[in-house]
Ligand binder design. Sequence first.
Ligand SMILES: Nc1ncnc2c1ncn2[C@@H]1O[C@H](COP(=O)(O)OP(=O)(O)O)[C@@H](O)[C@H]1O
Ligand SMILES: [Mg+2]
Length: 259
Amino acid sequence: MDTPEVGAPTNISPDAEVVIAIKGLCKSFGEKKVLQGFDLTVRRGESVMVLGKSGSGKSVLIKCIVGLLTPEAGSISVLGEDMLALDHDALDRIRVKIGFLFQSSALYDSMTVRENLEFPLRRHWIAQDGNDSEALVREALENVGLENTIDMYPSELSGGMRRRIGLARTLILKPEIVLYDEPTTGLDPITGKEIVELILRLQKKYGTSSVIISHDLNVAKLAANRIAVLIDGRNHAEGSYDELYAMDDPQVKPFFIFM
Ligand SMILES: Nc1ncnc2c1ncn2[C@@H]1O[C@H](COP(=O)(O)OP(=O)(O)O)[C@@H](O)[C@H]1O
Ligand SMILES: [Mg+2]
């Protein structure tokens, strides 16, 4: 679609570099069509949210973006690279620039917080590259206000603290783009709000662009420059929170009714 973007955020120039361009993405599992021609553009510094019901294909979308799932049709360009054409090594190199916060924090229970945070550094050989990994770990923990947990195990932390450690681990590689899958799910509303505020603060500090996948309207209101509504496998409607709220679309309306 070449129609102009609806409700592009006021603080992001429409000429800003496109960091993610998704066009006509299709992904099925057997007979089940999940994505059916999904389009999305994300510009540098933007925070775009994909809002969709449970089971609508939000996690599938994120997994396609990072190359964990292969779509049948469509294109995905990330930082100018054609993600569907990259070989294993090239994919690995670009993945350093794309942070991914899973739905669950996915920390390793048998490792301390320090070891959990060192893991991506080792995985991408950053620990060996003359970098001071201890300093990187401490900076990452300081960012989320949890310096004192460095020698603790995940089981000793609350759900909110684990989520913050997960965030610290995602950001330790200083990715240019971060994909958040349901960052507040399973947390109480106050802790969820704290996580969103933390995400925004760190996004500003490091100038990252982000895609936030969620069904949480509070997240939409707080965190998104722009919201895309995923319905029937497509980007059904796009705009700011206020624009979507005011939209007279029977499929969009239900998202904006608070229970
Ligand atoms: N690996 C898979 N194999 C088969 N079906 C899958 C797989 N991953 C997801 N699905 C199906 O795709 C649909 C969308 O899933 P998902 O993206 O996880 O939804 P959500 O929007 O809640 O994140 C669901 O019906 C799910 O059962
Ligand atoms: Mg999901």
